[in-house]
Ligand binder design. Structure first.
Ligand SMILES: CC(=O)N[C@H]1[C@@H](OP(=O)(O)OP(=O)(O)OC[C@H]2O[C@@H](n3ccc(=O)[nH]c3=O)[C@H](O)[C@@H]2O)O[C@H](CO)[C@@H](O)[C@@H]1O[C@H](C)C(=O)N[C@@H](C)C(=O)N[C@H](CCC(=O)O)C(=O)O
Ligand SMILES: Nc1ncnc2c1ncn2[C@@H]1O[C@H](COP(=O)(O)OP(=O)(O)OP(=O)(O)O)[C@@H](O)[C@H]1O
Ligand SMILES: N[C@H](CCC[C@H](N)C(=O)O)C(=O)O
Ligand SMILES: [Mg+2]
Length: 487
């Protein structure tokens, strides 16, 4: 058993009512999960306020409460601790409770608007291939070396993060790569972790429904670098407008990567085709199976990180060549008859435009680009016509279909998507509600050298219709359909 006073080590405390030399069963921040002997941390959330559930948590057996304001009515046998920020307190307590697991491995955080999953997952792959035990905390999944766990968030809550880091310690994981989302930083989910390094990818408008302004969003990302120690490294993208800004106040050792400016890790795209990317990194040429110019940035960040973590340059270059695309992130196959099918998680206008522009860049004029896309139900309705517009404008044929309709009528969603199509592009579009059918038609229409893009669902292995989840995997389906057609 661990005592409350030990869990509170390094937590900034304003006031205490009661005894801190008491045993703690476990830490909870959701009253519904509290059991006897737990410490309950009351958090002011976006929907409700954990302070409203203190009494309930105590009734369920909480023996101590961490809060931002000690309630007026207190129980005599319960300890109340007042702190400035309960989310920060939770994160530090979580680390103490699990024995500071981030100190027992080298933890690397990846932040930025796009590329986090790609970079973190490829670094996991690379370090595994180099023979290490590795961990991964990502949007797609959590990996404790080879053991797979489901991910609920890009950056889980601090208790979850520390419990997985502890699992990694237990099996001897040496390196862990994790995505650091802006929500994660803002909600202090990564506070109290010891990072060996931080990577910045890029910044574009996103999540402005949560962060009020672009500068607030940018400064939340910067706060991650502000928090790195002088023993860590901070690696930034110098070509991004905000790349230098991110490192302005960091104590970490600063490094940069770039394609367009002078940097520690400089890249040049020598060849960019559907077969892959030929890159020059510093003075070395390297061939990779990943496609699209944005992956050149991801690869530079990966190369830089591997160098900073002490891998041999030649080994790193060799391993870069063997990396496979990440599930649902520009994941592609080339069929018998040379049809390229790309599955990508692009589910926002920006991401869709990005992917289509990249495909248009690398294809030659006589190939057709056929896009299968839809929009999720119970989510932002504004993006629907915009995505319809982009898909029809930047493809030779756009097949509008369902994404995850959730509780909405799929045909109404498709009608919203169609509204964005400009008259001159209208003849390029078809709407097929059934996603499997839509993929099948795309395969039927495709001829040698054509490209099929299936956007929006990426790695997802289900489709949610009417509140029910059915098995559904874009990549498997397109693979099967092409095979059935002998294409
Ligand atoms: C908007 C947001 O980020 N919400 C997160 C937040 O929940 P919240 O602030 O809404 O919590 P709340 O419901 O208001 O409750 C406040 C507190 O009262 C407690 N409570 C509530 C009810 C009760 O009966 N008893 C009780 O104790 C809750 O447990 C909580 O501690 O804190 C929760 C615990 O950490 C998160 O699970 C939850 O993530 C929600 C599910 C979510 O969808 N988050 C997304 C937006 C997110 O974080 N995304 C980023 C990636 C974004 C991207 O880059 O695409 C991510 O890192 O995943
Ligand atoms: N370096 C990059 N720059 C711009 N776009 C990118 C980059 N890397 C990947 N993308 C595109 O952005 C999409 C999302 O990539 P990825 O999942 O790696 O990002 P993420 O930062 O993890 O996103 P999320 O916030 O959804 O977790 C990809 O499907 C790809 O189309
Ligand atoms: N995290 C995002 C992912 C959307 C993916 C897309 N396939 C959809 O279902 O809309 C969400 O749940 O809004
Ligand atoms: Mg991600």
């Amino acid at each position: 058993m661990i005592e409350l006073k030990d869990i509170l080590y390094k937590v900034a405390i304003n006031a205490v009512a009661g005894n801190t030399v008491i045993d703690v069963n476990k830490i909870e921040f959701d009253s519904r999960k509290v059991s006897k002997g737990d410490v309950f941390v009351a958090i002011k959330g976006t929907i409700s306020d954990g302070h409203d559930y203190i009494e309930k948590a105590v009734k369920q057996g909480a023996m101590s409460v961490i809060c931002e304001k000690i309630p007026e009515h207190i129980e005599n046998d319960v300890t109340y601790v007042e702190v400035d920020n309960a989310q920060t307190a939770l994160a530090i307590m979580a680390s103490n409770y699990y024995g500071s697991p981030s100190k027992n491995l080298r933890l690397i955080g990846v932040t930025g608007t796009n590329g986090k999953t790609t970079i973190a997952s490829l670094l996991y792959q690379l370090f595994k291939k180099a023979g290490f035990k590795v961990g991964l905390l990502s949007t797609i999944k959590i990996l404790v070396d080879d053991e797979v766990f489901e991910a609920s968030h890009t950056t889980p809550d601090s208790l979850t993060i520390n419990s997985f880091l502890k699992k990694m310690n237990d099996v001897g994981v040496e390196y862990c790569f994790m995505e650091v989302s802006s929500h994660g930083v803002h909600q202090k989910r990564t506070e109290g972790l010891e990072f060996a390094g931080g990577i910045f990818t890029n910044l574009s408008h996103d999540h402005l429904d949560y962060h009020n302004t672009f500068s607030e969003y940018r400064d939340v990302k910067k706060a991650f670098f502000d928090g790195l120690s002088d023993k860590a490294f901070a690696l930034t993208n110098k070509d991004d407008k905000n790349g230098a800004y991110m490192l302005q106040n960091t104590k970490a050792k600063q490094y940069s990567y770039a394609l367009k400016s002078y940097a520690d890790y400089r890249g040049q795209i020598l060849e960019n085709s559907l077969q892959g990317l030929l890159l020059k990194i510093n003075d070395h040429e390297v061939w990779t199976k990943l496609i699209g110019s944005f992956n050149a940035y991801n690869l530079l960040a990966i190369f830089g990180t591997a160098e900073l973590l002490g891998l041999e340059t030649l080994e790193t270059l060799q391993l870069l060549s063997s990396l496979q695309s990440v599930s649902g992130r520009f994941q592609y196959l080339i069929s018998e008859t040379k049809i390229t099918a790309v599955v990508d998680y692009a589910h926002t206008p920006d991401a869709l435009k990005n992917v289509l522009e990249t495909l248009n860049d690398i294809r030659t004029n006589n190939e057709n680009l056929i896009t299968v896309v839809g929009c999720g139900g119970d989510r932002d309705k504004m993006k629907r016509p915009v995505m319809g517009n982009i898909a029809s404008k930047l493809s030779n044929k756009a097949i509008f279909t369902s994404d995850n309709p959730r509780t909405e009528n799929p045909d109404r969603i498709i009608e919203d998507v169609e509204k964005g199509v400009e008259p001159q592009d209208y003849k390029k579009t078809i709407s097929i509600t059934d996603r499997k059918q839509a993929i099948k038609i795309a395969c039927q229409l495709a001829e040698t050298n054509d490209i099929i893009l299936i956007a929006g669902k990426g790695h997802e292995t289900y489709q949610e219709i009417d509140g029910n989840r059915i098995d559904f995997d874009d990549f498997q389906i397109v693979k099967e359909e092409l095979k059935k057609l002998n294409k």
